[in-house]
Design a binder for this molecule. Structure first.
Ligand code: PSV
Ligand code: MN
Length: 426
């Protein structure tokens, strides 16, 4: 389903005045503080987040999955769904494919479709955590780290194939997330598992095209519950450094133990020029992949504060690849993704309101109270008018979720695809 320009314009008309008032009010305050409001709005309009191809079906857990109808059952339909979110928000201009869940059948047609929806292909993701039908070797005891060379070779070959698929689509990066680890003490020799992983990643790296990047994700637990081979950012960084200058660490917000200071990890990686990708979500207990900003919005702001600082000061760090990696569980995935996009832009906008010079001076003077005031003042600013204005000027709608409901999108999708369609992937 696609909306036409007229529908969008009609929806916006009655709300435009409110946005203008909001921008005037906030803009005045910001200009007095020395901020360039239009520049901030433009930064928000330019910010694009990739949607993973596995985020558009019904969410759930291993205990159950409850369908909501109208799920996209092909890659084409997934691209159409992202196209719709992008049309409404103007922030979702990229898709991140999971292989083998979403291998295109007709590359030209898929590229054309994505192009039509103004969507580019972000990082491609490999999958060595599930056995594929007819696969010769099993990943039951790991993939790139496996004790058996034949298994490692199969996993390396799969990653190389993922890169080839990505090349055909215009992707420029591969994300490797490993489920490898152990469930019980003694099951793995930690050093052998890490060494095997390093060697395997180096093999994959050899086939990486010159203008590509490799992102190495880390995760402390699950599906293995005693140890994970790439358990933390330090291990990921170590592996990225051993591969070479095109390999980077990827931070997934949900892949940390409770209370980890993620903003400090971000700062360290950016200082080293080694932060490549970012997966957004939120969590209360563990990797529960909740909607971005739904649990710890202040932490998200602090993370963005470091990201903004890094983007301005660490020119050695590449442009980041942004992606949402969450499970919407019982919500309509499209609504959930739009809530996440909103939360991301809110945190970004608030971080842009941190006066870095003032903060630096207060830090130099060890004025702790003032440092905190500067951050909290930015965080407590209602930046929503700026985001609405950014959407409006890019051709999106002022309030995406409201519009989604007013246009009855889910019902249209159910009519089009039926109540029993099932999305590929998780
Ligand atoms: C599993 O935790 C995971 O969410 C990783 O974060 C990957 O990015 C994703 O699955 C897809 O492989
Ligand atoms: Mn992830």
């Amino acid at each position: 389903m696609q909306l036409n320009k007229e529908q969008i314009a009609n929806y916006n008309t009655s709300r435009e005045e409110e946005v203008a008032d909001g921008v005037d009010f906030l803009g005045n305050q910001l200009e007095k503080k020395g901020f360039n409001t239009q520049e901030i709005i433009q930064k928000l309009a330019d910010f694009q987040v990739a949607i993973p191809s596995w985020a558009l079906g019904a969410g759930g857990t291993r205990f159950g999955r409850f369908s909501f109808g109208g799920e996209p059952s092909s890659l084409e339909q997934k691209i159409e769904d992202i196209g719709l979110i992008h049309q409404l928000t103007q922030t979702a201009g990229a898709i991140s494919l999971h292989i083998p869940w979403d291998i295109p059948k007709d590359y030209m047609a898929i590229k054309e479709l994505a192009n039509y929806h103004h969507i580019v292909f972000d990082a491609v993701n490999s999958n060595t955590f599930q056995d594929q039908p007819n696969a010769k070797e099993t990943y039951k005891y790991g993939s790139l780290s496996n004790t058996c060379k034949a298994v490692r070779d199969q996993a390396i070959a799969h990653n190389n194939q993922v890169i080839k698929i990505g090349e055909k689509l215009g992707s420029k990066s591969i994300t490797v997330w490993l489920a490898d680890g152990s469930n019980f003490p003694g099951q793995n020799n930690f050093q052998t598992a890490l060494q095997n992983t390093q060697n395997s990643l180096k093999e994959i790296y050899k086939t990486l095209p010159n203008d590509w990047k490799m992102f190495i994700e880390y995760k402390p637990y699950e599906p293995n519950f005693y140890s994970t081979v790439i358990r933390d950012w330090g291990t990921s960084l170590l592996l990225a450094e051993s591969c070479g200058s095109k390999a980077f660490t990827l931070v997934d917000l949900g892949h940390h133990l409770p209370n980890t200071n993620i903003e400090q990890i971000v700062a360290t990686l950016m200082m080293k020029g080694k932060l490549g990708g970012f997966h957004f979500n939120d969590s209360k207990y563990g990797d529960d992949d909740l909607t971005v900003g739904s649990i710890k919005p202040y932490a998200l702001f602090l993370i963005f504060n470091e990201l903004v600082y890094g983007m301005e000061n660490n020119k050695n760090n590449p442009d980041l690849s942004w992606m949402i990696d969450a499970s919407h569980n019982v919500k309509d995935p499209l609504e959930d993704l739009m809530q996440s996009l909103d939360a991301i832009l809110i945190a970004y906008a608030q971080a842009l309101l941190v006066n870095q010079t003032e903060l630096r001076n207060a830090q130099q003077e060890n004025d702790v109270t003032k440092c905190q005031e500067i951050l909290q003042n930015a965080y407590r600013t209602d930046v929503r008018p700026l985001i609405q204005k950014a959407r409006l000027q890019s051709g999106g709608v002022i309030n995406p979720i409201d519009a989604y409901r007013k246009f009855n999108v889910r019902n249209h999708l159910i009519k089009e695809r039926g109540t029993n369609s099932i999305a590929t992937g998780l």
